[in-house]
Design a protein around this ligand. Structure first.
Ligand SMILES: Cn1ncc2cc([C@H](O)c3cccc(CNC(=O)c4cc(-c5ccc(F)cc5)cc(O)c4O)c3)ccc21
Ligand SMILES: [Mg+2]
Length: 214
């Protein structure tokens, strides 16, 4: 039967990227998605903004909600200092299987822990299961109707500390109106909008960076 898009994306990585070279993995995926098949990776334009936020923060403990094929996982993990850890949650087993191989091809498996399951099930277990007290950085890129409830869940579970940075993808397209309203009006966050474009297209999209004030 016909292969899936994530399977074709993995084949492109294994054919065109160099093992252990995260940048070549990123470039291979971006070329494929721009010239062959669009896919919902954060992409190169928003990815550069993601890079600058991560580089400035130098986080030790990172949570990613929504791995998909591991593109943003690789983008983030390649910038992390030795000893830093990235936990990424993926509920779709097929996506998780592809992402594990993409992350391994980039040589970043030692920095990344891919957990299969839903955010709402795993967020409450971060402390007892992973020994995580609080996160320094959270990248939100999963179901758009889960951004707000999961942010409130992270607050309630004490996983955010003064200065924790949340970076949310797709705040314009597909859009996350309830989340935006919350982080922009809550006294517990200082929020900034980075205008950009939907990955590999000319449509407007953007990233919202929200600093938890405690
Ligand atoms: C609960 N839980 N916990 C972990 C977890 C992980 C997942 C999956 O990784 C998963 C599966 C399907 C969809 C998403 C969300 N992503 C999107 O929907 C998206 C859409 C578009 C777009 C834009 C314009 C279009 F025309 C079509 C699609 C552009 C983008 O960048 C996206 O991120 C995430 C799901 C729930 C999860
Ligand atoms: Mg996205």
């Amino acid at each position: 039967t016909r292969s899936t898009r994530p399977q074709r994306l993995l084949k492109v990585v294994q054919k065109h990227a160099t093992r252990g070279d995260p940048q070549s993995v990123i470039s291979a995926i971006d070329h494929f998605c721009r010239h062959s098949e669009w896919a919902m990776n954060v992409g190169d334009e928003k990815g550069s903004i993601l890079d600058s936020v991560v580089s400035e923060l130098n986080p030790e403990k990172v949570l990613e909600l929504g791995t998909y094929c591991g593109y943003s996982t690789v983008r983030i993990a390649r910038l992390l200092p030795p000893g830093a850890r990235l936990i990424t949650l993926e509920f779709n087993a097929d996506y998780a299987a592809i992402a594990r191989q993409v992350i391994a091809w980039a040589g970043l498996e030692d920095k990344v822990q891919l957990v299969e399951g839903a955010s709402e099930d795993w967020i409450p277990r971060m402390k007892e299961h992973f020994g995580i007290e609080t996160f320094d950085f959270v990248f939100l890129d999963h179901w758009k109707d889960r951004y707000l409830p999961d942010t409130k869940l992270m607050e309630d579970c004490g996983l955010l500390r003064k200065g924790t940075v949340l970076l949310a993808d797709n705040v314009i397209c597909p859009g996350v109106p309830d989340y935006l309203e919350y982080v922009r009006n809550s006294l517990s966050y200082k929020s900034y909008y980075f205008k950009s474009h939907l990955e590999y297209t000319k449509a407007e999209d953007g990233l919202e960076k929200s600093v938890f004030l405690g």
